[in-house]
Write a protein that binds this ligand. Structure first.
Ligand code: NIG
Ligand code: FE
Length: 413
């Protein structure tokens, strides 16, 4: 396949996260072609020829497929009733303390079969794809017992075998304290370390381990002990840190050299320094801040300090029931004051690096997989300008067209 006469191609380059999402490291090419062979990008240049289908890209801006480095998309049931309570003024924490929140989804997920989880997950994957997401991370954490955590991870494995999208599984048994262990967080974490994680390892079905370090969930010292032992069991770490109450979770993320520290709505200057020192990537989740009516993370402070930033959806049944990339771009540019090139970096190479897949995806370069978005836009800066609107017209994964909206427009005749 050849993508002909691309109006504007925008990509970062390389295999590593870019400190401060430096826009000077973006590559912008015009009037160029991309040749795809065996699912990989084989050439980028002017006037390429070859056999096979051509797509005229003279109206399109072309970017790498988006990489979503933080989702919880495998769960049973829904929580629209709790969302309605939040719209009426109840806080996320009040609902959680009343036994709702994550625990509601745990009840639903324990009651769901593998088939239920696969089927609802399959439909959600189509939604990610429509938003231009071609790779995503996926956390367990709505089982909080051996059987259900494994079932969630198994659903991801089944979906990976059926789907063109890349799914990177994370074990998040430490998402909350289940009712059986109420008020015994330490005993629960020991159960995870001694019983659940070894079985996950035996089955080889998770690549990262994550924890929700938060007031009322897991405290700093508990989290530290847990993460040290997780590292000894051979896993790189992701963290939910400084989301609601400032506990200096980001400082801990730096100390344990987490790959990614996410949320960070309440990060302190010490936290920013710690992330910078350890090379931990900051995962910002503006859709969640929006849904919680919270202050956005201090993106400018992180970027200006040279920390690499990811932007992810955090799609989940509670704090953020959305994977709208158009809304994410709008919030990042308007409220977090990021430029569109910084945003693109946070949606492509940086998350790919944080998931260990940047040797395959995250940039458009010869030898990388052809995961490519064709946007109906004359240039990259049109994306935030057309705020809240999906510009993704065609999605190519592994060299194959997975979504094509060209025929869904009203005929001009
Ligand atoms: O990233 N903060 C913890 N976990 C999710 C919320 C999960 C839920 O509400 O079900 C998050 O926001
Ligand atoms: Fe999350």
């Amino acid at each position: 396949m050849i993508l002909k006469n691309i109006k504007q191609l925008v990509t970062f380059t390389g295999h590593e996260a870019i400190p401060g999402n430096d826009p000077a490291r973006a590559q912008i090419l015009e009037g160029i072609d991309i040749k795809i062979e065996d699912g990989l990008i084989s050439q980028i240049g002017p006037n390429l020829s070859g056999i096979g289908p051509e797509i005229d890209c003279s109206d399109f801006t072309v970017t790498p497929g988006y990489v979503d480095s933080h989702t919880h998309f495998i769960f049973g049931g829904n929580r629209e009733d709790e969302y309605r309570m939040r719209l009426a003024g109840a806080s996320y924490v009040e609902i959680m303390e009343a036994g709702g929140g994550i625990r509601t989804s745990v009840r639903h997920t324990r009651a769901a079969s593998l088939e239920d989880l696969v089927e609802s997950g399959r439909i959600r994957l189509m939604g990610f794809l429509e938003n231009g997401i071609t790779s995503l991370e996926s956390k367990s954490g709505y089982g909080l017992d051996l059987e259900t955590e494994l079932r969630q991870l198994e659903a991801m494995k089944v979906l990976q075998a059926q789907s063109a999208l890349t799914i990177v599984p994370t074990f998040m048994g430490a998402h909350d304290i289940p009712e059986e262990f109420a008020d015994r967080p330490k005993a629960y974490l020991d159960y995870i370390l001694e019983t659940v994680l070894p079985e996950v390892t035996k089955q080889g079905i998770a690549q990262y381990v994550d924890i929700f370090t938060e007031k009322g969930v897991f405290g700093i010292e508990e989290s530290r002990d847990f993460l040290e032992q997780v590292k000894q069991q051979g896993y790189p770490i992701r963290m939910h840190a400084d989301e609601i109450v400032p506990l200096d979770g980001a400082v801990l993320a730096g100390q344990v050299a987490a790959v990614s520290a996410d949320h960070l709505l309440q990060i302190s200057p010490r936290g920013i320094e710690a992330l910078k020192r350890s090379g931990t990537i900051a995962g910002l989740l503006p859709l969640t801040a929006f849904s919680l009516r919270a202050e956005y993370a201090p993106a400018r402070d992180l970027l200006d300090a040279g920390v690499p930033v990811n932007l992810a959806t955090d799609y989940n049944p509670g704090s953020c029931h959305s994977f709208s990339v158009p809304l994410l771009i709008a919030l990042s540019t308007i409220y977090m004051r990021m430029s569109m090139l910084e945003v693109l970096c946070g949606l492509t190479i940086n998350p790919a690096a944080s998931l260990g897949i940047a040797h395959q995806v995250g940039t458009l370069e010869v030898g990388k997989r052809a995961d490519i978005l064709l946007h109906r836009a004359p240039n990259i800066h049109f994306l935030p300008y057309h705020f809240g609107v999906n510009t993704v017209e065609i999605v190519i994964i592994n060299g194959e067209v997975q979504l094509d909206r060209r025929n869904s427009h009203v005929s001009r005749k």
